[in-house]
Design a protein around this ligand. Structure first.
Ligand code: TXA
Ligand code: MG
Length: 343
């Protein structure tokens, strides 16, 4: 199968992609977070193709993407006042809400769970396509399972060439880190996966917001099944250092001792000037020290670039786990197999 990348789509292109989705084939779609691998969310066989293309364990449930809040009505048993408040405040946007599913949603979408995950992306082209498709679109990140998530159409092509018919290209994703996943109850919201919508943003709307205990303690089973897998991992081993630029630069020197091959460095401008000349280092500056948004935006892109360049070690500067930094550090923890050093 040849994979076609469609950029600057015409109306006819969007209709073709919508029909492709409806008829049970896969289309990679842009969103504000990462690119998704889309399939008709009401068609179990179409969703099987997602698992096959990604090489993904089939107990891992999928997020159904919709063009607006109204479109979830047939998919859920009930929209509680709490859920509606979140939808009104954060949709379209990087917030995925799990709600008790209706019989219309196949078990294939939820991995047999009684709740379905729903999200309305803040991306006009994506929502236009979702509207034309007229069905909810199940979409995990469009990478081979376990690899860093794609934030450009070219990243998707690298993993999915020959596995899917179409990629809708809308340039780089603006956020670069997957959505926040929450489970909504009448009296509280549980964050299952941290993302673009932070805990304090949720607290501005609802009084009680807690993290799933599995996000805090390694020994608890996560409520979001996807959180238990090895994720986002680059090919080389990776260390993350959080601290002042001078401490990060010092730690990088220590960690690189004895390493003879090329070393991928993801650093702030402030740290970069302190590292000094070392011909092994391939540096990517994400922006200003402590800027979680800038780091999140460049994180997956840098890991994929380091894979491409066959580096033997990756050294990355982290940020304090506050605000959006919680989501970024969650991905850095996983990508580095918990090699995170706080200075
Ligand atoms: O930003 C995003 O959310 C991207 C874009 C494409 O929308 N999608 C994405 O999908 O990251 P995926 O499949 O890579 O991650 C979905 C996460 C997994 O951790 C999964 O376990 C969790 O959501 N999830 C899905 N349905 C769930 C459910 N019913 N209950 C609990 N967790 C669920
Ligand atoms: Mg993923």
């Amino acid at each position: 199968m040849d994979t076609r990348i469609i950029s600057n789509p015409s109306e006819a292109d969007l209709d073709l992609l919508a029909e492709t989705l409806r008829s049970g084939e896969l289309v990679a779609i842009p969103t504000e977070t990462v690119y998704g691998l889309g399939a008709n969310g009401l068609d179990a066989e179409a969703m099987d193709k997602i698992y096959a293309a990604k090489g993904r364990p089939s107990d891992n449930p999928l997020i159904l993407h919709v063009p607006d809040g109204e479109s979830i009505r047939p998919l859920v048993k009930d929209i509680s006042v709490t859920a509606q408040a979140l939808i009104d405040a954060f949709w379209p946007g990087p917030l995925t809400i799990t709600l008790p599913k209706s019989d219309l949603v196949p078990d294939r979408a939820t991995g047999g769970l009684s709740r379905v995950a729903l999200r309305c992306p803040d991306h006009y082209l994506c929502r236009d396509l979702l509207k034309r498709a007229g069905v909810p679109v199940a979409a995990p990140s469009a990478n081979i399972s376990g690899r860093p998530s794609p934030t450009t159409a070219q990243d998707v092509y690298h993993d999915m060439n020959g596995r899917i018919p179409y990629i809708l290209d809308a340039g780089p994703c603006t956020i670069g880190v997957e959505s926040t996943v929450v489970e909504v109850h009448d009296d509280k919201v549980i964050i299952l996966r941290p993302g673009g919508i932070t805990k304090s943003m949720l607290e501005d709307v609802l009084p009680t917001v807690v993290y799933d205990t599995a996000l805090i303690s390694e020994s608890t089973k996560p409520k979001a099944p996807g959180m238990k897998y090895t994720h986002y991992a680059p090919d080389a081993s990776m260390y993350v250092v959080v601290g002042k630029p001078s401490d990060v630069a010092e730690a990088f020197k220590e960690l690189s001792k004895g390493c003879r091959g090329p070393i991928g460095c993801l650093v702030s401008h402030e740290t970069h000037v302190l590292i000094g000349m070392d011909e092994r280092f391939q540096c990517h500056c994400f922006g200003q020290h402590g800027d979680a948004l800038a780091l999140g935006h460049d994180f997956y892109k840098s890991l994929l670039q380091f894979n491409e360049n066959h580096v033997t070690l990756i050294l990355a500067e982290g940020v304090e786990p506050h605000g959006f930094g919680v989501a970024v550090m969650n991905r850095m923890e996983k990508a580095s197999s918990h090699h995170v050093i706080y200075k």
